[in-house]
Design a binder for this molecule. Structure first.
Ligand SMILES: COc1cc(/C=C/C(=O)SCCNC(=O)CCNC(=O)[C@H](O)C(C)(C)COP(=O)(O)OP(=O)(O)OC[C@H]2O[C@@H](n3cnc4c(N)ncnc43)[C@H](O)[C@@H]2OP(=O)(O)O)ccc1O
Ligand code: AKG
Ligand code: FE2
Length: 352
């Protein structure tokens, strides 16, 4: 049944498993007040630079040393870039976007089986907004978050509507992810990828994000300002648009235009820490949309929860002063998940 009072919307979306998709489908004329963001957190279009864009890097010739240079340069100067001709088949990308729509199309009583309270495993979580119990205002997004442990575990516990497509996307992306990390390590003189791979890409989480049509998109956000806590994020977006990235060291924002077949790559906090600040995790946010539903599928490439992360010895070899302490990665991630989105604040947890 549709909720009648404003406070009931939180119950309906968060506790009953309808999510913001359920609210969207009620056809309300006005946004429930819980979703109204303070003015400073809404996207101010006068701060968007429409003539600038993040780099787009063609990966068709991996033997060209220029490719690795462009990647390291983009990770340093922008923290965000798009890649094209990266080798992940277009059908795999289309299939995982379609599987995302199929999962969110399920009735609430099917999706709620995967909520924090009901899920058969901590590794599968369906939710809405970011951390509703810690947020001052809610965000206009539903998600399914899948932590990869093994094919067997995924096959047993991940929802049938999307598991094969999500696993395939992860598998087919493995080569290019490793190549990107190798190129980034080379530029830090930390070439030994065989020994570094577990730390850089020892765990993966894939999120399926659903941003339904919103009655007053200008009053809220799909995702608030944050940087990812990953090493790298490998993000597939559909053709709707709405992802904005902060231009480094300014208060201006740049839109990331959908490019068919491309993948958006961003540096996460773990790589900023390991590179002692050479590569930067940059704030980004997602606008809500008044006319179209949007999906996105980030693969968060991470250290393992039990890893200790800090500036790599190779980076400090030349006497450079460490800017970050050694921290247990799961402590870092738990700190991120303890509060609402707060821009680049999370990294203070690791600062010396
Ligand atoms: C959802 O909207 C988002 C998400 C994001 C995500 C950006 C990223 O960069 S995700 C990459 C995170 N890295 C990893 O998952 C790999 C390392 N994993 C770990 O260290 C651990 O698995 C763990 C995530 C810390 C969980 O540890 P565990 O011991 O199993 O502890 P829990 O009790 O399950 O969780 C602790 C605490 O975290 C919250 N939480 C856990 N998982 C999620 C999740 N998938 N989504 C949201 N919140 C999660 C949870 O609230 C727990 O606290 P409670 O108080 O509820 O118990 C970016 C932007 C977005 O909008
Ligand atoms: O939906 C997007 O384009 C980005 C989402 C995001 O930033 C995240 O899930 O961390
Ligand atoms: Fe993000």
């Amino acid at each position: 049944m549709a909720p009648s009072f404003s406070d009931d919307y939180t119950h309906f979306a968060v506790k009953k498993g309808h999510g913001v998709k359920g609210i969207s489908e009620l056809g309300l004329k006005a946004l429930p007040k819980q979703y109204i963001q303070p003015l400073e957190e809404r996207i101010d279009m006068t701060k968007v630079l429409d003539k600038e864009s993040i780099p787009v890097i063609d990966m068709s010739n991996l033997d060209d040393p220029n490719v690795a240079d462009q990647i390291a340069n983009a990770a340093e100067k922008w923290g965000f870039f798009q890649i094209v001709n990266h080798g992940v088949p277009i059908e795999v990308l289309e299939d995982v976007k379609e599987a995302t729509r199929s999962f969110f199309q399920l009735p609430a009583d099917e999706k709620i089986k995967f909520s924090q309270e009901n899920s058969p495993t901590k590794h599968v979580r369906f939710g809405t907004s970011f951390i509703p119990k810690a947020e001052k205002a809610l965000e206009w997004k539903d998600y399914l978050s899948l932590f990869y442990v093994s094919d067997e575990e995924s096959s047993t516990f991940w929802p049938a509507a999307c598991k094969n497509e999500a696993i395939e996307f992860m598998k087919k992306s493995e080569f290019v992810i490793k190549w990107l990390l190798q190129a980034l390590m080379q530029k830090l003189n930390a070439e030994n990828m065989d020994s570094k791979a577990p730390l850089l890409m020892g765990s993966k989480r894939i999120n399926l994000n659903y941003y339904p049509i919103c009655p007053n998109p200008e009053l809220t956000v799909g995702v608030g300002r944050h940087s990812d806590v990953s090493t790298l994020t490998f993000l597939l977006q559909d053709n709707i648009g709405g992802l904005y990235v902060r231009k480094m060291e300014t208060d201006a924002w740049i839109h990331v235009p959908p490019i068919s077949g491309s993948i958006v790559i961003n540096v996460g906090d773990a790589l900023q820490i390991m590179s002692n600040g050479k590569y930067k995790s940059v704030e980004h946010r997602v606008a809500a949309n008044g006319s179209n539903n949007r999906v996105s599928v980030p693969i968060f490439v991470n250290p393992r929860p039990e890893d200790i992360i800090g500036p790599l010895p190779e980076v400090l070899r030349n006497g450079e002063k460490a800017m970050y302490k050694q921290v247990l990665y799961s402590d870092y991630v738990k700190h991120f998940f303890r509060k609402g989105h707060d821009g680049k604040e999370t990294i203070d947890f690791a600062k010396i």
